[in-house]
Design a protein around this ligand. Structure first.
Ligand code: ZN
Length: 220
């Protein structure tokens, strides 16, 4: 569990390392606010209310059991934590994590398994850039990274935790592959489609048929 004893509370649900300067604290609250705005643009509103744990020191970060990644969203049935490393204190990383928290919030702890990881990461990748990334923009990047399609990643290969994060040889390619697919779908289905997908899964329909059905409906 999260132990806040070494952290300072600077706002409701925002904890920082004790050595954080006042100007950094203020800047941080602005970053969180701007990051929420990015997610609001994507999802229509922000329903998630995660607890932010912003580590200004690597020591604090490792104390929370973190390493390697710039940020992580940790979910429990009644609470979600967004834990950020010293390298992740920026809008790109924090928006990405809030987007994960948002999808968890809307789907619910117990239905989250229904969502393939490529959808979670693909959706979060749509807010983790300075410029909002459209399908066309991501396609250009993907073509370059995949050597014009010579590198192939099947979505089924990156649906599970091990499949998505398991291959260090391909670095961030799964993120771009996931972003390519989700931006393609989002361009057709839009915000409304995203909300419909959530509702559909919450009423016990499976992800895949809901995903396809919503896209087909919006293509008409
Ligand atoms: Zn992510």
């Amino acid at each position: 569990m999260i132990n806040f004893s070494d952290m300072e509370k600077i706002d409701r649900n925002v904890y920082v390392s004790k050595e954080t300067s006042n100007s950094d604290k203020e800047h941080l609250l602005t970053i969180i606010n701007n990051s929420k705005n990015r997610v609001e643009n994507l999802c229509g509103s922000v329903e998630a209310d995660p607890v932010f744990v912003i580590c200004n020191s690597h020591e604090d970060y490792t104390n929370f059991g973190m390493y390697k990644v710039d940020g992580l969203t940790v979910i429990y049935p009644f609470e979600t934590f967004v834990i950020i490393s010293p390298d992740g204190i920026n809008e790109n990383v924090i928006s990405h994590e809030i987007c994960h928290a948002e999808l968890y919030e809307r789907i619910g702890f117990f239905d989250d398994d229904e969502i393939p990881l490529w959808f979670h990461e693909g959706l979060a990748s749509l807010v983790s850039h300075n410029q909002p990334k459209s399908f066309d923009g991501i396609k250009k990047i993907w073509n370059k990274r995949s050597k014009n399609g010579r590198v192939r990643i099947d979505l089924n290969e990156i649906a599970s935790y091990d499949g998505f994060y398991g291959s260090p040889a391909i670095l961030d390619l799964p993120y771009w592959r996931a972003a390519l697919e989700v931006s393609r779908w989002y361009k057709i289905s839009g915000k409304e489609g995203l909300l419909e997908l959530v509702t559909s899964i919450k009423s016990n329909k499976d992800f895949e048929s809901s995903y396809i059905m919503i896209e087909e409906k919006n293509l008409k």
